[in-house]
Design a protein around this ligand. Sequence first.
Ligand code: FAD
Ligand code: SF4
Length: 462
Amino acid sequence: MANRIPRVPVREQDPKVRATNFEEVCYGYDGDEAVAEAGRCLNCRNPRCVGACPVHVSIPEFIAKVAGGDFAGAAATIARDSSLPSVCGRVCPQESQCEGSCVLGIKQEPVAIGKLERFVGDWAIAHAGEAPAEKPARNGKRVAVVGSGPAGLACASDLAKAGYEVKIFEALHKVGGVLVYGIPEFRLPKEAIVAKEVEAVKRLGVEIETDVVIGRTMTVDDLLDHEGYDAVFVGSGAGLPRFMGIEGENLNGVFSANEFLTRANLMHAFDDKSDTPIIAGRKAVVVGGGNVAMDAVRTAKRLGAEAVIMYRRSEAELPARVEEVHHAKEEGVEFRMLTNPVRILADEAGWVKGLECVEMELGEPDESGRRSPRVKEGSEFTVDCDVVIMALGTSPNPLIKSTTKGLDTNRRGCIVADETGRTSREGVFAGGDAVTGAATVILAMGAGRKAARAIDEYLSAK
Ligand SMILES: Cc1cc2nc3c(=O)[nH]c(=O)nc-3n(C[C@H](O)[C@H](O)[C@H](O)COP(=O)(O)OP(=O)(O)OC[C@H]3O[C@@H](n4cnc5c(N)ncnc54)[C@H](O)[C@@H]3O)c2cc1C
Ligand code: SF4
């Protein structure tokens, strides 16, 4: 019976080898493996996997097409709901979404939905050819998109398909948002995957201008009042790092994870030919337990440091994807759970020489539903290290809010927008991390697509 077939294992780089390079960890399925794994799906009449996918990809439908060898059909099915399948197949937290709800998972391993999506996305990239996509007739209306992350790219694609003239303004010199500056190459190849997905967006006719900081080079008001745009979508993400506010955070050798990862990913600081320096030290402690923390610690490991995760709750509460935690452990990262730093210690030259820490224990669940950590009295101890990387979460940069008339934000600095992405300012829509705070690629992409529909309705009614 189909449901007794074990999950097809996925090939990966050897942990000892990959801990010293930046090449992709997971090789993904080939065609035969994908067909075999797709054959495990029960094609449920009420597929729980679809309900658990934030953008409701027609999972059994695309999997059935893979099982039948119709990879082009599978790609077309996914494309109805997702514009970044190769990315999402690699980075979505499938264990808490589609795969976490797969009925097979009750008694055995769920269908490898993420790996199948990745296979289909990569197949589509390999077979895209260079032919320009069919561009729909232009309707004469112009939309500006601020930011080229998943939210901006998804919004721009859908608007271009609907006939709008769309231009993305991106502050950095590369396109892709966190996909290029945050998530490392060993998890998400930049040239082979992200650049190809961006090319597909450009083939729809979307124009992209880099090195333009909206709020500095020009403002949202300028775009609407002087540059001839009929609407603006703000997908500027949440790139402002948080710190703990403890003594020693200004010492040499303390980084935010965002800065550390940007140096490595965007500026290729790990490459001898790069002008950008990076220091992972002899021993790097990364404070935090999310995907950002895992990416930073695995990058530090690859740069030759003894690498440690320090997290104030227990392993059960780690917010990172299960696969990333598993890979980090395989690569030799040390996990110090139920531990919190209270002071960063300096040497005579003003560099980090260690961390004063306390042990934690878990109390009652807090408003997030997770058990809240509290300090164990008298548990102070020191950890020796020369680099500290803070991965404690991020919030939106206040620049857009401070330079746009009538744009409301909440107390966390996030732009206030309704379900469809409408903000308090007429003609301005927003979505992704800029609205929710740091979240996920699929949610940002979904928000960008919803806003595209709302912009279309708004401009059609105008
Ligand atoms: C290190 C790291 C690892 C992650 N791992 C995962 C993961 O495994 N799975 C997952 O689902 N999610 C992960 N995430 C979260 C995910 O990447 C984000 O939720 C998602 O990228 C948000 O998309 P976005 O389009 O809203 O913003 P972003 O991707 O942040 O893109 C915003 C873009 O706007 C640009 N911008 C900002 N301000 C301006 C301005 N004023 N003018 C012009 N441009 C501007 C920025 O330069 C950026 O390019 C990770 C995040 C990080 C940082
Ligand atoms: S829940 Fe699992 S078995 Fe059922 S359709 Fe979805 S992937 Fe297939």
